[in-house]
Ligand binder design. Structure first.
Ligand code: GUN
Length: 283
């Protein structure tokens, strides 16, 4: 039997509609409008597309969008000064610095200058630590979107065997923390893992976030597994994920497509985090 195609695009649209309703209520009840500031340094074409899309969806949800574009040769001090102003701006509840930053910028210093409450990407050391220790945190958008899709597909994740492929700070590690928080048994696999297919074969849940086109094959999977593909790889054949979709759907119970799976969830979760940051601003 062919697997269910997990429709992230439809799920994200429903999430955005719920957020827009809550934004309207917040405005009516408290005259409060969530605001998201996005900082883009330089002219990276992919980043420009992401930033434009974030701005459009922020406005569509009824929130304020503040876009700050700095030239590629902007200095560390200029960027830190801008973040200082955004931290102090009461109209700004969420701050996102689009990555990657130009090579001369100290990325870690810039990210960690963002006020913890406004860190809607969840990339500061403070928020990473809070998530890892089970405290209330801003959760990185991509793993949060993956968790929502998994809960929607499987219900309770308690006791499920989960394998996360990839150990990045942005996806792999927070994904593992989130799955642990939902009581899954979690393995984090990476480039040095021995016999990756054998590790993946144990998993009820596979989250692939390695950035290698179509690496995970259908015959690696346990029959009935749920597969979340975080990969976005541009190849000559077009956009493909980290999972070989055609063979995976023959074995799995459900698989996210690329595009139309995890991708749309990421921006919807950014809006959700901005709304959360606005609601918690005076905590
Ligand atoms: N660049 C690519 N994805 C992301 C993301 O989720 N957040 C930020 N800040 N930059 C990115």
């Amino acid at each position: 039997m062919t697997a269910t195609r997990i429709d992230g695009k439809a799920h994200a649209a429903r999430l955005r509609a719920r957020i827009a309703e809550q934004v309207a209520e917040l405005k009516q009840a408290h005259d409060l409008v969530p605001g998201l500031a996005v900082v883009l340094v330089g002219e990276d074409p992919a980043s420009q597309v992401y930033v434009a899309s974030k701005g459009k969806q922020t406005v569509e949800a009824g929130m304020k969008s503040f876009e700050h574009r700095l030239p590629a040769d902007a200095t560390q001090a200029e960027l830190l000064a801008l973040i200082g102003r955004l931290n102090a701006d009461a109209e700004v509840h969420g701050i996102l610095v689009q990555l990657p930053l130009p090579g001369h910028i100290n990325e870690s210093e810039v990210i960690n200058a963002i006020a913890v409450k406004k860190d809607v990407d969840g990339f500061t050391v403070a928020n990473s630590g809070r998530l890892a220790t089970g405290q209330r945190a801003m959760v990185p958008c991509t793993p949060l979107g993956c968790l929502m899709l998994l809960r929607d597909q499987m219900g309770d994740l308690s006791g499920k065997e989960a394998v996360v492929i990839g150990r990045s700070n942005i996806v792999g590690k927070p994904m593992a923390s989130l799955l642990l928080g939902d009581n899954a048994t979690v393995t984090v696999a990476h480039s040095r893992t021995k016999d990756l297919p054998e590790v993946v074969r144990r998993a009820d849940i596979v989250v692939a976030a390695v950035g290698r086109p179509e690496m995970v094959k259908g015959d690696w999977l346990k029959p009935g597994a749920v597969v979340i593909d975080v990969g976005i790889n541009r190849t000559e054949a077009g956009l493909v994920g980290d999972v070989d979709y055609a063979s995976a759907v023959e074995i799995a119970a459900a698989v996210t497509p690329v595009p139309g799976g995890v991708g749309p969830m990421t921006i919807a979760c950014l809006l959700a985090n901005t709304l959360t940051a606005c609601c918690r601003a005076n905590d």
